[in-house]
Design a protein around this ligand. Structure first.
Ligand SMILES: *[C@@H]1O[C@H](CO)[C@@H](O)[C@H](O)[C@H]1NC(C)=O
Ligand SMILES: *[C@@H]1O[C@H](CO)[C@@H](O)[C@H](O)[C@H]1NC(C)=O
Ligand SMILES: *[C@@H]1O[C@H](CO)[C@@H](O)[C@H](O)[C@H]1NC(C)=O
Length: 364
């Protein structure tokens, strides 16, 4: 396998060159850019004055350092925070907290927005949120600001070497297609809706590629039918099989799309992180992972409307025993389990720059 070795050597060389140009502002670990929804939002929506998709109130953040809400939609860290920790880099700050002149833009940025989806019309009732297209527009602004700071060539290299985490699609169901009163639910069949999502993603990922993205990790959809807000719709509190089937079908089409993009776009290394079955196992066998309860939320707010852990909710006693924090989002403890799953995923590990003096990973 000569080509991957060549790519690795080339990456190493460009990394060294870039480091030599701007040593003081570059990150030590991989630069990461995060695109997503409330599973990875680290505070962007706090800056959207009229957004209804917010979590800047107790008991969000109760287990985050400082114990206060930050705009994360969980009791502690998001999966992105934990992945960053394990990569030895600071968790990329929210895009809306930065100004274009900040050196921080060279070390990674988080564009994720609660309520956001692949489609602009997803989460419409939240008034304000950033869709994937909005997030890519913001990344384009970051890249322009980078060019001003370090020059065009170095900005291009930085973007080529960075790792892009993308996790999108859950809201296109929960806050769009699964709401029968919204136009998309009335207009599309389930198959047509998945085709629309993947056709839109195709365009969006090509745009990201044209802005310099090469190493993209696409986090697949989990078993959406098993989140508490979906379970309450069944008579016995069971997972909604139909919704889980859509999630699997979506995953399969996205994974095919990424393979096609890899063969069409030179140097693209788009990776699909298949986490569906691992998350399902966590939900079906919580004891295996040190959890006790996976069929209801710690805040006891299982409802398909609302479902957030409001200040008047009563939290469970031991938050580490619960997989779900509110009706939609995993607990800090579950995010640790999910991050470990992602990090041990072999295709993901291949994207990491090697830290050892010998750069070439053994081919297989
Ligand atoms: C979302 O809106 C933007 C700006 O109006 C537009 O450029 C983009 O194509 C739209 N995306 C989708 C998926 O409809
Ligand atoms: C969760 O599962 C337990 C044990 O099977 C059961 O007793 C409980 O009623 C379930 N809770 C919900 C909300 O479905
Ligand atoms: C908590 O507050 C919300 C909104 O203020 C209200 O709709 C809800 O009924 C309250 N829940 C409880 C358990 O008091």
């Amino acid at each position: 396998m000569a080509t991957p070795c060549y790519v690795w050597l080339w990456l190493l060389v460009t990394l060294i060159v870039t480091k030599a140009v701007v040593p003081q502002v570059m990150a030590d670990g991989p630069v990461t850019f995060i695109f997503g929804d409330s599973l990875t939002d680290v505070g962007n929506n706090n800056y959207l004055q009229f957004s209804l998709a917010k979590s800047n109130f107790p008991w969000y953040g109760v287990d985050y350092p400082g114990g206060r809400p930050t705009g994360r939609f969980t009791n502690g860290r998001t999966i992105g925070d934990i992945v960053a920790e394990k990569l030895g880099i600071p968790s990329p700050p929210p895009y809306l907290s930065l100004s274009p002149s900040d050196d921080a833009i060279l070390r990674g940025v988080n564009y994720a927005s609660g309520g956001g989806g692949i489609l602009n019309e997803t989460g419409i009732y939240f008034i304000q949120k950033m869709s994937f297209d909005d997030q890519i527009n913001n990344f384009k602004k970051t890249k322009n600001a980078m060019k001003v700071k370090i020059g065009e060539a170095a900005a291009e290299t930085l973007c080529n070497n960075a790792i892009y985490f993308v996790g999108m699609g859950s809201n296109d169901y929960v806050n769009n297609f699964l709401q029968p009163f919204l136009p998309d639910a009335q207009q599309y069949s389930p198959d047509d809706f998945i085709d629309l999502l993947t056709a839109t993603l195709n365009r969006q990922l090509i745009r990201l590629y044209n802005l310099g993205a090469r190493k993209v990790v696409f986090n697949g959809m989990g078993p959406l039918g098993c989140i508490p807000s979906q379970r309450v719709k069944s008579k016995k509190g069971e997972c909604l099989e139909r919704v889980n089937e859509w999630a699997m079908q979506y995953n399969s089409q996205v994974s095919t799309l990424l393979r096609r993009l890899n063969s069409r776009l030179p140097a693209a290394r788009f990776t699909f992180a298949e986490t569906y079955h691992a998350v399902l196992d966590l939900i079906q066998n919580p004891g295996k992972y040190g959890f006790k309860i996976s069929n209801t939320s710690c805040c006891n707010v299982d409802t398909s409307v609302g479902g957030l852990c409001l200040p008047n909710s009563s939290m469970c006693n031991n938050r580490r025993e619960y997989v779900f924090w509110d009706a939609f989002h995993p607990t800090d403890a579950a995010n640790v389990a999910l991050a470990n799953e992602l990090l041990s995923y072999p295709p993901f590990q291949k994207l990491l720059p090697s830290k050892a003096p010998s750069p070439a990973p053994s081919p297989h």
